[in-house]
Every structure is written in structure tokens, then in C-alpha cells.
Ligand binder design. Structure first.
Ligand SMILES: Nc1ncnc2c1ncn2[C@@H]1O[C@H](COP(=O)(O)OP(=O)(O)OP(=O)(O)O)[C@@H](O)[C@H]1O
Length: 400
């Protein structure tokens, strides 16, 4: 008896999705922003209660066929998004959009290619994760359709972090996906990669699958995202990115995000952007770092550097400190010596020769506790760790 009931429910839910998709498509088309437009500054008059009422009104009107322009929205619930996505965003505590999200989401939702730049920590991840999920939802993507989206990240850690955001925002949808990183082992990945809809991975790992996984197929790809695009497009990843681009369809949506915007015509031609929207929300800012970040430099004779670092740590025993060193050898050396000297604060170290699971455990511990983490630059891009008091670059290259 149960099975027919379940089938009937599934049918009902598909029909509901179909109605919602038709409404979203009509709304997206009717209310889309004109190419090249930016949202006006948000008005300060409205209270949270007013804003919620306005969002309800917008959605009710859309259901009645009166589609509003959504390019000036300030809240996620004013956008033409599926109920499943809106519910997940609300549960995760996301209500008001950040500046880059306000500027990029309306263009990305209506299918434009986007080249977005905004300071680190400004919310770029949601600005590409939401359009990815919505596009696949509106395309009624399912496991049988295979890989629908690839999100490229320069590091495994960042890929893992992006995947967590995809999971959070897509938790009421039925897409499959995962962070294709060293953690799982290539053989296990090969068995399931063709059934994943959203892949978050480094260029290197993806190329390995193109080389080694029989029948690995991305010919249906709908959307390609490059996070930290400036780094993915630089010479270190060039050969890998070229292979990836040769294996995916040119007719797709492409979203590029980073803290600084690449304007190199060559780069943009490589990724075949079509009439991209250039969105740069912190153009006037003098640095790509947040305004409340204070930065200073000290010139210290080489032979004094470790003493100076030791004194710094001893004077900040109640702080969370991230120390960047320039090689695995240095990280191991400084960590071992300082550990023996017992500064009075827990010490940790991390570098690319450690297993991925060990790195993840160290990041998790560091996120939770007051401690000092010595690391190479594997840790330098895009990771979201709260409450870090100090970042110390011990061997700063002054030329750069
Ligand atoms: N609209 C929002 N409301 C509240 N918090 C948000 C919003 N958007 C993003 N955040 C939070 O802000 C933090 C930084 O977001 P995110 O990692 O996406 O920034 P980023 O611009 O990608 O930074 P980076 O350049 O360092 O990768 C995260 O903790 C995220 O959950």
C-alpha cells in the first residue's frame, strides 16, 4: 500500500515544482536587470518587519502574474528563487544580501556571464552558489543528467568549504554532488563521479578524472564557476585549465569571482565569456582586504626574525594567531622549536605534505580554539575562519 502512496506524493511534488519553475522563469524574464546596470543604494527607511512584508508582497504579486524588477532587491526573499532555496537561506540565517550579492545575483539568475570582484570575506560564495542551484532546479536536473555544474577552486580546503555552502543552500533540493578532493581517494571518486550533478574541485583533480576515469562526461555542463578566478587563470594552472575548457561545452553560463578582477582580454577569451557583466563593488577601495583590517610591516634583520616572532607570540597568549612561513621545512622547524620552548599557548602546524583529513582536523581545531597555527600558503586563499586576531607573514617578499 505504501509504495503507490509514495509515488503519488512524488508526482504531486513534481507537479508543484513544475508550476513554481514556470512562475520563476516568467518572473526572471520579465523583471531582469538591463545589461550593465547596478542596483541603486539600498534605502534606509525600512525596518526588518517592513522588509519582510515587502518581500511577501513581491512574491504574492509574482504568483498573480505581476512580476517586479528584482535588480534592486536587498533581501534574498525578494528574488525570484525557489521556495526550497529561500527556506534553506532563511534557516542558515541569511536575510539581507551583501553588496556583491545584490549586484551579481540578479544578473547571474537571468543567465548572464558574470565577472565579479569584491573584497575578501564579502560573501562571494553565495553569489555563485545560489545561481548554480537555481539553474539546475529550473532545468529539472536529476542524477541521470550527470555533471551540470563545475566549481573550480585553487585549493582542496577551499573546495571543501564551498561544498559545505552548496550543501547548506541546496539541502532541500535533490541534487547530488561533492568536493572532489584528495580525501576520498581517486578510485572511489571514479565510481561515482558521473552520477554527481555539482562538482567542486581543484583543476588538477578534475584533469586527473578526464585522464583516468572511463566515460567521464561533462558534455551536458550548464554552468562553470571559477572561484579565486585570478589564481585559477594564472600560469600555474594554465595547462590544466586549458584541458578542462577543451572538454566542456562552450554553450554554458560562466561565473568568475575573485577579490581582484582580471581584465585581461586573453584570459576572458580563454574562458569564452559571452557579453559578461563586469561587477566590481569595491572598486574605489585602496586594498582588497576588509576596511577594519589593520596592516603593518616591521623590517627585522634576518637573524632576529625568530626572536621577534617568539616575543610576539609571548605577548599575545590570549589571541588566535595565524603565522605564514614560506616552506614546509620552515613550518616544521619553527613549530618543533617553539613547541619545545613551551610558549604557554597551544601550537599547531599545517602544510601541503599532510594528509587532507589531518589538515581538515587542524583547521577545525584552530577555528574553535585560541592557538597559534604555523602554515605554508596552502592556507592563504578564501578560507573562512572566524575570530583570527593576528595574521603574521614572517618572510614577506617586499618586492611583491
Ligand atoms: N548575506 C549574508 N548575510 C550574512 N552573512 C553572510 C552573507 N553572505 C555571506 N555571509 C558570511 O560571510 C562570510 C564570508 O563569506 P564568503 O566566504 O563567501 O566570502 P568571500 O567573499 O568568498 O571571501 P574570500 O574572498 O576570502 O573567499 C561567511 O561566513 C558567510 O557565511
Amino acid at each position: 500500500m505504501r509504495r503507490p502512496q509514495r509515488r503519488a506524493l512524488a508526482k504531486q511534488s513534481r507537479a508543484k515544482d513544475g508550476d513554481e519553475i514556470r512562475l520563476l522563469e516568467a518572473w526572471i524574464d520579465a523583471g531582469k536587470p538591463l545589461p550593465g546596470t547596478k542596483p541603486p543604494p539600498p534605502s534606509e527607511e525600512s525596518s526588518a518587519a517592513n522588509a519582510r512584508a515587502r518581500a511577501r508582497d513581491v512574491v504574492a504579486k509574482a504568483a498573480a502574474g505581476d512580476y517586479s524588477d528584482y535588480g534592486a532587491s536587498t533581501r534574498f526573499d525578494e528574488l525570484p528563487l525557489s521556495k526550497k532555496t529561500k527556506d534553506a537561506l532563511r534557516k542558515a540565517g541569511y536575510k539581507e544580501m551583501s553588496e556583491i550579492q545584490r549586484a551579481a545575483l540578479p544578473h547571474a539568475l537571468c543567465g548572464h556571464d558574470v565577472l565579479g570582484a569584491a573584497k575578501t570575506g564579502s560573501g562571494k560564495t553565495l553569489a555563485f552558489v545560489i545561481p548554480v542551484i537555481e539553474k539546475l532546479y529550473r532545468e529539472k536536473w536529476s542524477q541521470e543528467d550527470g555533471v551540470g555544474c563545475i566549481i573550480l577552486s585553487p585549493t582542496n580546503d577551499l573546495a571543501g568549504q564551498i561544498w559545505e555552502v552548496v550543501r547548506k543552500v541546496g539541502k532541500h533540493h535533490n541534487f547530488s554532488g561533492g568536493a572532489i578532493v584528495k580525501r576520498t581517494g581517486i578510485e572511489q571518486e571514479k565510481e561515482r563521479i558521473n552520477s554527481l550533478n555539482i562538482l567542486v574541485c581543484t583543476p588538477g583533480r578534475l584533469v586527473q578524472h578526464f585522464d583516468e576515469t572511463p566515460n567521464f562526461d561533462c558534455s551536458n555542463l550548464q554552468i562553470l564557476v571559477l572561484d579565486e578566478a585570478d589564481q585559477i587563470l594564472d600560469k600555474n594552472f594554465k595547462s590544466q585549465v586549458d584541458i578542462i575548457l577543451s572538454q566542456i561545452p562552450k554553450a554554458r553560463q560562466t561565473l568568475l569571482f575573485s577579490a581582484t578582477q582580471t581584465k585581461s582580454v586573453k584570459d576572458l577569451a580563454r574562458v569564452s565569456l559571452k557579453n559578461p557583466e563586469y561587477i566590481s563593488v569595491h572598486e574605489q577601495a585602496s586594498t582588497a582586504t576588509p576596511d577594519n583590517l589593520e596592516q603593518c610591516a616591521m623590517i627585522v634583520p634576518l637573524e632576529q626574525k625568530l626572536n621577534m616572532l617568539w616575543s610576539f607570540i609571548k605577548r599575545h597568549l590570549k589571541s588566535k594567531i595565524l603565522v605564514f612561513l614560506s616552506s614546509v621545512k620552515q613550518v616544521k622547524f619553527v613549530y618543533e622549536i617553539f613547541k619545545k620552548l613551551r610558549p604557554g599557548i597551544p601550537l599547531k602546524c599545517m602544510h601541503g605534505r599532510m594528509k587532507y583529513e589531518v589538515q581538515q582536523a587542524i583547521v577545525a581545531e584552530f577555528s574553535e580554539s585560541t592557538s597559534v597555527l604555523f602554515s605554508t600558503d596552502i592556507f592563504s586563499r578564501g578560507l573562512d575562519i572566524g575570530n583570527v586576531d593576528w595574521v603574521v607573514q614572517v618572510y614577506l617578499c617586499l618586492k611583491n
